[in-house]
Design a protein around this ligand. Structure first.
Ligand SMILES: [Zn+2]
Ligand SMILES: [Zn+2]
Length: 172
């Protein structure tokens, strides 16, 4: 018991600290195994009657915590991560949703992919005007009117490039 409790404490701290790491499932498995071992040891020392209550209590806590986690994941998708994905897609002139090229302005008659976007030669065109644009492949609105300044803005990025007004990316 004296050995197990410190291990459990360390596992808990590590899990809480590294919760966004890609190795999180691994740590979670380690934590669960330690918890199980603690439960088994407890089982040896305490009468079954009390053990049952402790076990049910712990189980309720764990399930409750997991539910809260999943609900929050669904309600608030990782906005930071989404914005990063969208930004990189716009940088390559690709639809952030389906990667179909955003064919506007001088790129109207070109075709490219993630790999070829830097190699293509874009014809120079003077005075090209910004216009609203919807991805023809998936129907996502990529450029649209800003609700504040009524100029054309990136619909899937957090701010208008003309007036800087923000929008809620997670809602789109
Ligand atoms: Zn698309
Ligand atoms: Zn604006």
């Amino acid at each position: 018991m004296a050995i197990l409790l410190p291990i459990l404490a360390v596992a808990t701290v590590v899990i809480i600290k590294k919760r966004s790491s890609i190795y999180f499932p691994l740590l979670l498995a380690f934590g669960a195994a330690t918890l199980l071992k603690v439960a088994l040891v407890l089982h040896e020392y305490f009468p079954t009657k009390y053990f049952k209550y402790i076990f049910i209590g712990v189980l309720l806590l764990v399930v409750g915590r997991l539910l809260v986690h999943f609900i929050r994941t669904i309600a608030f998708p990782k906005t930071q991560w989404l914005v990063k994905q969208y930004r990189e897609a716009y940088e390559r002139f690709l639809c952030p949703v389906c990667e179909y090229p955003i064919r506007i302005g001088p790129r109207r008659f070109l075709f490219w992919t993630r790999r070829t976007v830097n190699k293509m030669i874009v014809p120079t065109e003077q005075g090209n005007q910004e216009e609203a644009y919807t991805c023809p492949a998936c129907g996502s609105e990529l450029f649209g009117e800003c609700s504040a300044c009524h100029k054309v803005r990136h619909v899937m990025l957090p701010h208008c490039s003309h007036c800087g007004v923000g929008n809620d990316v997670s809602a789109s």
